[in-house]
Design a protein around this ligand. Structure first.
Ligand SMILES: Nc1ncnc2c1ncn2[C@@H]1O[C@H](COP(=O)(O)OP(=O)(O)OP(=O)(O)O)[C@@H](O)[C@H]1O
Ligand SMILES: [Mg+2]
Length: 397
């Protein structure tokens, strides 16, 4: 194994060049972090399709993945407060990613300051609407925090499905925005009835029209998508588990499957007025994750739950790739924990077969990553983070 300081590559090594001409994948070539979380100033060059970040707990591996998430989706995957991602006691953070898609290079920058608005720009041009950036440099992240999709209530599951559908279908995103807005207005009206001690049913009905139109659209799209998506999740799960005895599935649960939305709203008027909120509609939908027809949150082992989440994310990767004709960057945070060797090998066989585009893997146990990749015959660049300094080596098989 050869060693080069701070991410510099060997001048003779041109193995990465072929990547620049693969048009169907996003490739992150350079990354600059300035005052982002625990990183004061880091400049990295990624010249390989597989990048591993290793280092002790708290060294800042996940933070690097989060910076990539920022550049793709204009926000953190973990902390919704932008300013909390600024390095403590600093005035702001700056991120810059050099992306290559096909033979086109672009620079994406994100600036967050303690005061002022967040800035996102591409090749020096500020975006006025961040939504225009969505889908240009897609990433799919698999992280330990995903477990909330299984353990928590319906909300994170709805958000997960909505995020995929919004990237794939602009009308869906628009209907979702309309629905959320109308719902808020209807709920304020219900609250207002209670404050005034007076109910105006005609006014309430006039609020239903757009809610129903968007709600019906969202229901139809979710229903169709869930059916197709569940089939992909099932397939990925069986591939990982290599058994037909564990059947993964997703069941879409919605009030709108029972009756039409107008009728549901009529039936629930009294309850809505009493509770001062809309108690029926697609905002109450759930996507139930099951293993052999039992809720995975109740019956699944830790490894089975993790396998389910990976299957879910691989299905996400697949549908986004197909829709955008572009393979997202796959960010695998602490992926190997809780998986048995067999399942790790199944996952790594996908990597070895070139199923994904560029891949970033973090692990607090460098030996484990090296062994897994070496055994699978996978070449990778390994970045070791120690006391805030990055050192890179090639892992060659
Ligand atoms: N805004 C911030 N300013 C300074 N440091 C921060 C900030 N936010 C997070 N940190 C620090 O970042 C470190 C965590 O980084 P990160 O989660 O990337 O670690 P990691 O290498 O992934 O660790 P693990 O192996 O445990 O997953 C912690 O030490 C935390 O205090
Ligand atoms: Mg981490």
């Amino acid at each position: 194994m050869r060693k080069y300081a701070s991410g510099r590559q060997s001048p003779n090594d041109r193995s990465h060049l072929q990547l620049n001409f693969i048009p169907d994948r996003v490739f992150l070539n350079t990354l600059r972090l300035f005052n982002f979380k625990n990183h004061a100033e880091v400049n990295l060059t990624f010249d390989a399709p597989i990048i591993c970040l290793v280092g002790r707990n708290g060294s800042g591996k996940t933070n690097v993945l989060d910076a990539i998430h920022y550049l793709s989706l204009s926000k953190s995957a973990f902390n919704p407060s932008d300013t909390q991602n600024i390095k403590h006691h600093e005035a702001g953070f700056f991120l810059r990613g050099g992306f290559i898609i096909g033979n086109k290079s672009t620079q994406v920058e994100c600036v967050v300051q303690t005061v002022g608005k967040k800035v996102l720009r591409e090749d020096g041009q500020d975006y006025t609407r961040f939504s225009e950036h969505l889908g240009k440099y897609p990433v799919v992240l698999i992280a330990p925090q995903d477990i909330e999709l299984i353990w928590d209530g319906a909300e994170p599951r709805r958000k997960f499905i909505d995020a995929i559908l919004s990237q794939m279908d602009r009308s869906y995103l628009e209907h979702l925005i309309t629905y959320t807005h109308q719902l808020k207005q209807r709920n304020s009206l219900l609250k207002n009835f209670s404050d005034r001690g007076q109910v105006d049913l005609n006014l309430l009905e006039s609020y239903n029209v757009r809610l129903i139109e968007s709600g019906d659209y969202i229901f139809r799209v979710r229903q169709k998508f869930c059916h197709e998506f569940a089939a992909r999740v099932k397939q990925h799960y069986s591939h990982l588990a290599q058994t037909t005895e564990e059947q993964a599935d997703i069941h879409y649960k919605s009030n709108l499957a029972e009756s039409n939305f107008l009728q549901l709203l009529k039936n629930s008027v009294q309850r809505d007025v009493a509770l001062q909120r809309t108690t029926t509609g697609v905002h109450r939908d759930d996507f139930v994750f099951t293993l052999n027809d039992h809720e995975i949150r109740r019956v699944g082992s830790q490894g089975q739950q993790k396998s389910f989440l990976i299957a879910l994310k691989l299905a996400e990767f697949e549908v986004i790739s197909n829709k955008l004709n572009l393979k997202p960057i796959l960010l695998l945070d602490d992926i190997f924990d809780k998986l048995d060797d067999w399942r790790i090998n199944r996952l790594i066989s996908l990597v070895a077969a070139g199923t994904f585009g560029q891949l970033f893997i973090t692990d607090a146990r460098p030996d484990r990553t090296q062994t897994i990749l070496t055994e699978a015959g996978i070449q990778a660049r390994i970045f070791t983070i120690e006391n805030g300094t990055f050192t890179s080596t090639w892992l060659r098989t």
